[in-house]
Design a protein around this ligand. Sequence first.
Ligand code: PEP
Length: 253
Amino acid sequence: MSRRPLMAGNWKMNLTPAEAAEFARGLRGALLDLPAVDVAVFPTSLAIPAVLNELANTDVVVGGQDLHAEVKGAYTGNVSGEMLKSAGCGMALIGHSERRAYEGEAGEQLANKAKAALRAGLTPIFCVGESLDERESGRTLDIVLGQLADGLGWLTESALGKVVIAYEPVWAIGTGKVASPEQAQEVHAAIRAWVGNTWSAGAARSMRILYGGSVKPANVAGIMTQPDVDGALVGGAALKVDSFEAIVRFQES
Ligand code: PEP
């Protein structure tokens, strides 16, 4: 089965609402003839309305960078999946390594966030990845598959069908050190095999698995040649329209 690529730009804590709107206007023009690729952008919560406004009536999906597991309540500083959905979002990042590292997110908390995204009707992009130490001590697959089991292992097969997985080695995020296509493929293949063993061969075939970590116009095509890589989650290189456009158009280069 052929899986449609997904190219996603995570803007992190960058771009004011006005700057994000300007970016979205540029993206709208650049992607008028969108190739056969799904595209998503993840602005800060504050910039979501402006970006949605600029991207109205396009196929570009706008998502939240995080969500709280509860629908509403006394959770200062948080945003719920229902709020993202009602604002017009279609996706949410969950378990990004920066949230794991700086906010201490892990395990059951991330499972609850994935559950909350699905409850709200959002597609979760569930992020996993090993540190350099973990890779160098030969524990990459244990770490990555453990994070997946903790976060997604409770899903029914039909719920799993609404999830996207992003493999993002921590040592490659924002460092300029991209995983080689072979390193990415090895982990993606293991993730797909885990999905197959945990649910079914059909679930494994249809699961979209993105690679993230220093993806740029110059390296995206090589990574996308790998059979188990179905797209990219991009940080730094998604902050300029021309470089994000080049990544989205990787098939044309
Ligand atoms: C990310 O933050 O998800 C990411 C992959 O960042 P970068 O592309 O800058 O490494």
